[in-house]
Design a protein around this ligand. Structure first.
Ligand code: ASP
Length: 360
């Protein structure tokens, strides 16, 4: 058979198999609806490693028949409120001026809407404000002072988000500044020693991304963070950027990220992962492909190790409409949290591209 013919036939038969699988899935669902009690869809909640409690809470909501977006926001609110999680919400590590600035995004699959806030100060639940941007404005993203005024208008209480622990950590950093800020003098791409001591690629980051399929088969997600510690004020990472730190398509699935936001902003990986899943990749395969793309795109010498691999890490978490899930990172050693409704939330290992060698 001619090569292009074989390919066309393959695509046709694959499309047919896909359609048949979808039909039988829909029939299963119809039967399930007929059977009343059995859920029509297989619920799942996935999140970054810091989401054991969040995934448990979200699954509790889903089992009560609630919408996936209500579920994931209720889940991450626990982490935003937790002063001991220094990567999200209250207690998050501040920017280089010692001010906590938060980023968050939400996406609601069934209505195809999204909302986000960036560089939001003084409000500890940016995910709730992001949801209001989605529901109560004709915009998608509000930043800085405008986001704060919008939150105030909706009655959010302003508070100092800087805990003593976070302030002390900032103070230690400030006192040892040396080569650790984000300012770079002019230099060309090949220059290796500029910013080499700059630890931003490895510096303290953290975020929670949480995505879910509910009993109606609807999919939603949220990503919320205090971003990169000691960042230049106004720096926005990938978390509030739809397509980068979060993406949901109700027909396909959802994906989100944690890790070096700058790398992910340049790759827009979450929308890419959803598209890979649309083409038939499993959530884990799709996440690994996004990691590979970031590796390929990273060319700055200061970000590469002696073997040409990125020094930083980026993690992706994905689910599809069938309730399948997976996660991957550039480097080994990351975990994610998942709850499939049958048992308690658990940690599983992320797939990875490179194994971290044990340090001597
Ligand atoms: N992705 C987040 C950001 O770049 C940080 C993180 O997940 O650690 O703001």
């Amino acid at each position: 058979m001619h090569e292009s013919m074989k390919r066309r036939e393959f695509i046709k038969s694959a499309a047919f198999a896909g359609a048949a699988a979808l039909m039988s899935h829909q029939l299963d669902n119809l039967e399930a609806v007929g059977a009343q009690q059995r859920p029509a869809f297989k619920p799942v909640v996935i999140s970054s490693h810091n989401g054991l409690v969040a995934t448990a809470k979200a699954m509790e909501f889903i089992k009560q028949g609630k919408d996936a977006l209500d579920a994931v926001i209720a889940g991450v609110n626990i982490v935003e409120d937790d002063p001991n999680d220094m990567s999200v919400g209250y207690g998050g590590l501040p920017n280089e001026d010692g001010v906590v600035e938060l980023d968050a995004s939400v996406m609601h699959g069934p209505t195809g809407r999204g909302g986000a806030v960036a560089s939001l100060r003084n409000i500890k639940n940016p995910s709730k404000v992001a949801r209001l941007v989605m529901e109560r404005t004709d915009h998608v993203l509000l930043v800085g002072e405008g986001a704060l005024r919008f939150a105030r208008a909706h009655g959010f209480k302003e508070e100092n988000l800087l805990t003593d622990e976070a302030r002390n950590a900032w103070l230690r950093w400030k006192e040892n500044l040396s080569n650790e800020d984000d300012w770079l003098p002019p230099h060309d791409v090949e220059t290796k020693n500029i910013g080499e001591g700059l630890k931003s690629a490895l510096r303290n980051t953290g975020t929670i991304n949480c995505n879910a399929v509910d009993l109606q088969g609807n999919i939603s997600g949220v990503t919320t963070t205090s971003g990169l510690a000691w960042k230049i004020p106004g720096r926005v990472g990938d978390s509030p950027i739809l397509g980068a730190g979060l993406y949901v398509d109700n027909e396909v699935g959802a994906a989100g990220s944690t890790g070096r936001g700058e790398a992910n902003l340049l790759a827009c990986s979450s929308v890419m992962i959803v598209e890979f899943m649309r083409q038939g990749k499993t959530p884990e395969q799709a996440c690994l492909m996004a990691c590979e793309r970031i590796v390929k795109q990273t060319k700055m010498k200061r970000l590469l190790d002696e073997k040409g691999r990125p020094k930083f890490n980026v993690n992706f978490y994905a689910i599809n409409k069938r309730g399948e899930y997976g996660a991957a990172a550039i480097w080994s050693g990351s975990k994610f949290a998942v709850n499939t409704g049958e048992a308690q939330s658990r940690h599983e290992e992320c797939a990875y591209l490179y194994k971290r060698e044990p340090r001597n």
